[in-house]
Design a protein around this ligand. Structure first.
Ligand SMILES: O=C(O)C(=O)Cc1ccccc1
Length: 278
């Protein structure tokens, strides 16, 4: 089975993917969009992409593609600890630019402001792509933020360890596919959840309250609600909602029916387990 992930090798997504699918063929993709497209076209059976970080919050691209790719579902969520290091070419001693994935640059923002204020910062498609670029360009005065496996694989030295701003740094990754399935893994289960994509009926007072009350009076515990722009004009949003309580089929299906009856558009993205990786 082929599994796509946000690559190249030694990205955090690859570290997560290889813990979930250690016997499968892992296919690196250079963007989150390419991962979704590979699943949609059937080039791969599943893909793993980052969804949310405990310091920086939601990876908005992932949320947008979950909205846009109407046939894609979530099969599992995995949570992995994240440690960022500053990496430099072994033959270089200084740098005036730091490159990495925007989430990594943001997770290290205060450390960079305090210690490397004079270095420019540049976004790369992943931390591993940044590390690879540093390795391939010893003539450039650049450093990368990436993990220790990237340092090893791309033969870079670690200039400063653990530069993320907060000690408890975790990222959630999701496994996506075209089938409605709940992936069973051997890792520790953190809980079960259900993800929904909800678009409100036309703007009116109390619209969101009406939607939330559907869950409230059924005692369905929401663990996340995030709004993103629909890109159809200012003030138009969709909502990504996670229900953390047990998904009782009858009660839950009634809830979805009630949401539809008040004019909301609802898509069930998946009912699945959340696991903790090492
Ligand atoms: O860039 C990577 O290595 C990724 O897999 C995305 C990411 C970036 C920062 C923290 C977690 C995941």
């Amino acid at each position: 089975m082929k599994i796509a992930y946000l690559g190249p090798e030694a990205s955090f997504t690859q570290l997560a993917t290889s813990q979930i699918f250690n016997d499968e063929k892992l296919i690196p993709k250079s963007s989150i969009l390419d991962c979704f497209t590979a699943v949609k076209n059937g080039d791969v059976a599943k893909a793993v992409v980052p969804l949310e970080n405990s310091i920086e919050g939601t990876v908005s691209m992932t949320l947008d593609y979950l909205y846009d790719f109407k046939n894609i579902s979530i099969e599992a969520e995995v949570v992995m600890p994240i440690a960022h290091h500053l990496l430099l070419n072994k033959n270089n001693s200084d740098f005036d630019m730091i490159i990495s994935h925007p989430q990594a640059l943001a997770q290290c923002f205060h450390t960079l402001e305090k210690n490397y204020k004079n270095s420019a910062r540049k976004d790369f498609s992943s931390t591993a792509a940044a590390a690879k670029h540093v390795a391939e360009h010893p003539e450039k005065k650049i450093a990368a933020i990436a993990n220790s496996y990237a340092a090893k694989l791309y033969d870079l030295k670690i200039l400063k360890k653990n530069i993320h701003d907060f000690e408890h740094n975790h990222t959630r990754f999701i496994v996506i596919s075209l089938v409605k399935n709940s992936l069973k893994l051997k890792h520790k289960i953190l809980g079960e959840k259900t993800s929904l994509m909800v678009t409100l009926p036309e703007d009116h007072a109390g619209g969101l309250h009406q939607v939330l009350s559907v869950f409230a009076w059924r005692k369905m515990n929401l663990s996340k609600i995030e709004s993103r722009t629909l890109k159809t004009g200012l003030g138009n949003y969709f909502f990504y909602i996670n229900v953390a309580s047990e998904w009782h089929p009858t009660i839950s299906e009634n809830a979805l029916e009630e949401l539809k009856s008040i004019g909301a558009e609802v898509r069930l993205l998946g009912h699945y387990e959340e696991y903790l990786l090492g």
